[in-house]
Design a protein around this ligand. Sequence first.
Ligand code: BGP
Length: 484
Amino acid sequence: MEETKVTSFPEGFLWGSASAAYQIEGGYDADGKGMTNWDHFVRIPGKTYKATTGDVAVDHYHRYKEDIALMAEMGLKTYRFSIAWARIYPQGKGEVNPKGIAFYENIIDECLKHNIEPMVTVFHWDLPQALVDAYGGWENEQIIEDYVNYAKTLFNHYGDKVKYWITLNEQNIFTSLGWLTAMHPPGKFDDQKMFYQVNHHAFMAHAKAVLEYRNMGYKGQIGASFAYTPSYAMDCKPENAMAKANYDDLKNYWWMDVYAYGRYPKAAMAYLKKKGVAPEMKEGDEETLKAAAKEITFMGVNYYQSCVCEYNPLDGVTPYGTMNTTGVKGTSQVLGVPGIYKNPANPYLRTTDWDWIIDPTGLQFCCREITSRYGLPIIISENGLGAFDKKEEDNRIHDDYRIHYLQEHIKKLGEAIEEGCEVIAYCTWSFTDLLSWLNGYQKRYGFVYVDREEEEGASMNRYKKDSYYWYQKVIETNGACLFE
Ligand code: BGP
């Protein structure tokens, strides 16, 4: 808004950075860890850029102390990381692996030693393969019990030390890519019925874990992290406005409404029932979802881009097309759902080398929408720029483009706060460079450069990028340096 003037961020604001186990740890078979769906999937030819895997990743499993020391030196207030289910339960359930428990205990203690608030993601996509083999993983309702058992184990072990819990990372993404576009495990294509069923199981797993957390007496913060791509109507043509409304119901509110209210959006449900792909719900599910909705304390938002919505005729584009995983600009396609919406390019905005729309205002928009619709506090659990970085001969990395990207986003976040949004934390993606699921190691996100390319065997040495020093100052001044 015109009058919005920001000078700094609220006291105690959690400046953070995020990661995920599979993308950083490596040690894929170390100390009793079980195999996961991703350990298998990356071995299928053609699935990842240059067949990269997270077998070694950036070796955080062995270098976590060094990485956390770098976080401490930067002044990071919170570190969001995920726990690999298969380190805790190699078979997904049954016997606990004490070495897995100890590894995360060490990470948590290391954070606390440096006054860094640990923020734990219970599930960031790496599912024990044993559960996939036994009953199809998320496809079977058995997963709900097994997920809750796993989550309770984490609460039991770490509940006194960890005050911020994220049940699921981007349920909307891992299910879409897993059951619609075949880009993530289990690699199913256009299985819409199963897609909605899998989502229902995930909602139930989230809800029951939230309720268990409270039943166990914990008072910390708990919620899910949603990959929120806010939408703008192409123009004021009514059919484009409806395309936006339909997009929001099907692509955004479908998840956020369940987390925040415990119910599915009506128009979307009516549409899915007509198509015969609505999820089957059991008696009592709705009550459980509603009860859990009352217990979450924040909406987690992973924000990377916004989109444009335009009416898509029945013979129009489909949701299935090429995705840019190479960093060659302009290689992704316009996608959409025939008869409902499509997402054309935004002529006002630039894109990254991977064709992701760069839109700082979209972050402000997300916060305002959540505040108006749900009235919930917000944790920005991911936001960042994937780019090609170059280490110079003097070992410096001049990533001014990343500084600019983050700076503009944080400023818009500041405006959202000034306008009444309660934002608790902001986590950049990511702290060190790491594996980008489908895009290999060349798509870098970190403040800390890791010396490795697609092939294994590099030094893995860490180097601070220019953005490292910049974020250090942002934290030190609680954001004030951005508004001088
Ligand atoms: C989010 C995931 C992260 C991370 C990020 C960047 O969807 O939660 O794990 O990967 O996106 O995406 P990418 O690696 O595809 O560039």
